[in-house]
Write a protein that binds this ligand. Structure first.
Ligand code: NAP
Ligand code: MG
Length: 403
């Protein structure tokens, strides 16, 4: 069989621990035999980040802006224990944070649905994609504990030096707490554009909720900016695509989501997205079955699995023990990137291959062959639990039958 040719390379960001092991297996078993794979390779493994003083992370993000599509393996975000373990020169920032700041993007997380692993919510038939705004609010807050007799005020110093002071609370009665948060119109606009673009890309409805009735300035600004950007730039495109933008109060959105059959993209403010994405992933079954894509407002894509490096499994692997680590989300990161590359470069064979590999992956599970994490939660009774490598080999077999 002739291998599928590529024109533009993908940005390939290698990573750490167990997912780095899966990464190589996926390439060897599922990609290289079928595709004349072209990638620009960046090693984001922690050792190389330390060796390059984290330049490699910045360079991989810049390459993504240049080439348009990246696929990323999970990476370690260093903490104090990792600084000791890897003898790091410093506690480097999260690579995902660094990449997101350079691409100025929004993260969309979507569960992978297979028969035999049913969502907790019976009515959900299609995946729900969560889009989380990743700037401001409580994540960049300023907060204080205050004592009885203190007075908390909001002070705005205007450009001309004049001050506007508003009372937040007079703590005459006793001790308390106070917090201030901010956001930027430009960031909200970028978020809105990323969401509208991704909805058009996926041909799915976009829902957004905030608490504008209570927060008449702050949350209302989110609502207004979304409405304005939609009206000016997207209304006609949505109409042509046959999709809808729907805004409502966040509590109404939550209630409607529970009763929906799924299939929409749900844009969330930073905190709502933090909380709701964990709810959605556990309700759909498993973090190991969740894909993630970072989309910039200019239309650059970076695909990855939503889970981490699965450290516990890696230490078993290093000790020579068998592992049964789920590679599905990492396979889907590759298929997402290959499909997007194929679409952008007009290589239909690449798009078809990505679709077939996804189908082969879900079919393999639906035939009862799966890793341990899924075997523990499936409704199927006669399943075969496979180790990390054998699962990928089983997908290869299914794929060969499809091709
Ligand atoms: P994790 O790697 O997501 O794993 C947590 C646990 O979830 C695992 O121990 C395993 O449970 C289960 N799990 C996750 N993915 C799985 C898979 N593919 N197959 C089977 N089970 C899976 O999170 P973590 O252990 O908190 O973090 C490890 C490292 O990953 C950290 O250094 C963190 O900084 C990094 N991280 C990176 C990213 C990213 O690059 N996007 C995201 C999150 C975390 P059992 O042990 O019970 O089997
Ligand atoms: Mg969270």
């Amino acid at each position: 069989m002739e291998k599928i040719a590529m024109t533009t390379p993908l940005v390939e960001m290698d990573g750490d621990e167990m997912t780095r092991v899966l990464w190589q297996m996926i390439k060897d078993e599922l990609l290289l035999p079928f595709i004349d794979l072209k990638t620009e390779y960046y090693d984001l493994g922690l050792k190389n980040r330390n060796d390059t003083d984290d330049r490699v992370t910045v360079e991989s993000a810049e390459a993504t802006l240049r080439l348009g599509v990246a696929v990323k393996c999970a990476t370690i975000t260093p903490n104090a224990a990792r600084v000791d373990e890897f003898k790091l020169r410093k506690m480097y920032k999260s690579p995902n944070g660094t990449i997101r700041a350079i691409l100025n993007g929004t993260v969309f997380r979507t569960p992978i649905i297979v028969k035999g692993i049913s969502p907790c919510v019976g009515g959900w038939k299609e995946p729900i994609t969560i889009a989380r705004h990743a700037y401001g609010d409580v994540y960049q807050n300023v907060e204080e504990k205050v004592s009885a007799g203190d007075k908390a005020e909001l002070v705005i110093t205007h450009a001309d030096g004049t001050k506007e002071v508003r009372l937040i609370h007079d703590f005459a009665e006793g001790d308390g707490i106070v917090q201030s948060v901010h956001n930027m119109n430009s960031s909200i606009e970028s978020f809105a554009r990323s969401c509208f673009n991704y909805a058009l890309d996926q041909k799915k409805d976009l829902w957004f909720g905030a608490k504008d009735t209570i927060s008449k300035q702050y949350d209302h600004t989110f609502k207004d900016i979304f409405a304005e950007v939609f009206e000016k730039e997207y209304k006609d495109k949505f109409k042509d695509a046959g999709i809808e933008y729907f805004y409502s109060l966040i509590d109404d959105i939550v209630a409607r989501i529970m009763k929906s059959k799924g299939g929409m993209i749900w844009a969330c403010k930073n905190y709502d997205g933090d909380v709701m994405s964990d709810m959605i992933s556990s309700a759909f079954g498993s973090l190991a079955m969740m894909t993630s894509v970072l989309v910039s407002p200019s239309g650059v894509y970076e695909f990855e699995a939503a889970h981490g490096t699965v450290q516990r499994h890696y230490y078993k692997h290093l000790a020579g023990e068998e592992t049964s680590t789920n590679s599905v989300a990492t396979i889907f990161a590759w298929t997402g990137a290959l499909r997007k590359r194929g679409e952008l470069d007009g290589i239909n064979a690449l798009v078809k291959f990505a679709n077939k590999l996804e189908l082969a992956t879900t079919l393999t599970i639906e035939e009862g062959k799966m890793t341990k994490d899924l075997a523990m939660i499936t409704s199927f009774s006669d399943t075969v639990t496979l180790n990390s490598h054998d699962f990928i080999r089983a997908v290869r077999k299914t794929l060969e039958n499809l091709i």
